[in-house]
Design a protein around this ligand. Sequence first.
Ligand code: PAP
Length: 316
Amino acid sequence: MENNGDSNEDYDSSLPAEKWCGDEQLYQWKGFWFRLQYLPGTRQVLDNFKPLPSDVILASFPKTGTTWLKALLYSIINRSSRVCLRTTHPHMLVPTLEVQLYGAQQQSFSTFASTSSPARILATHLPHQLLADTVKPSDCRMIYVTRNPKDTLTSFWQFVLKSRSYEEPWPLEVAVEKFCSGVVPFGPYYDHVLGYWKESLERPEKVFFITYEELKDDTRTHVKRLADFLGCPFNGDGEEEVLEEIVIGCSFEKLSNYEVNKSSEHSQWMKLPFSSFFRKGDVGDHRNYLNNEMVERIDTITAEKFHESGFMYGIN
Ligand code: PAP
């Protein structure tokens, strides 16, 4: 948890940089693209984080269902969505390693309720390619959520448009171009997803891989599977009701309507309103924004990257 005194400037001059949106550049480090402010925290995680075997780590590419899974994992492990979610934003319950615990505004593990629950629940956007040496020796469990590339891109673009005050709006054409060339925070998206997908095939008892779409389609079944994977199945007396309460309590409709999640309040670690993590929560929303040419371009890359690797996902 110590800060080695890394400053943004240490990375600035030496790393390949690409324009992302507005005036902001992304920096390429170990094959992935980062916003400058998250590089020191990322290196801190890789240098200093020692997971416990009982840790549960949620990994995701941004905008693929992180907030939902934070709420679900917290509720599954604590057997209720009622206690904390009504008053605490999921991102304040389950901390993100490279942002809250090892980032510039470091907070201690004990600040977060999820780190004193039966198992510590932590989150990260770091790719498996970088995190493997940290997590594998510890034997901790990981959950990875992914989402189809067109909805991920659309959600990311909307998030940036709404949450940042750039002088110029960020054209969708540019967002598509950046996404397709992999220049997106924690990207390339395809490498990120494939890294965890392959690991889940090799170590299914330790890495649980789920898609946003399947979770949306049948939340109940997949919440049960998640609970089985975590070693806390819903099979005791009265557990069916608890399961039902969690599924409903973490649904977009319910969660996004809690006052805390509607608020323009923000945390010290991210100057974004809590409400910006809830928009529509739909599958297929890209159809409202992307034109045919954009869809074709992304689908072609999806076929090349995913389908040719044997991962038949992401085109519908
Ligand atoms: P993050 O990586 O910045 O934390 P993340 O939570 O992964 O973001 O993604 C936000 C998306 O999840 C938003 O999608 P949209 O833009 O397409 O609407 C958000 O609405 C959606 N989301 C948040 N909570 C839920 C939920 N409970 N159920 C389904 N989708 C949700």
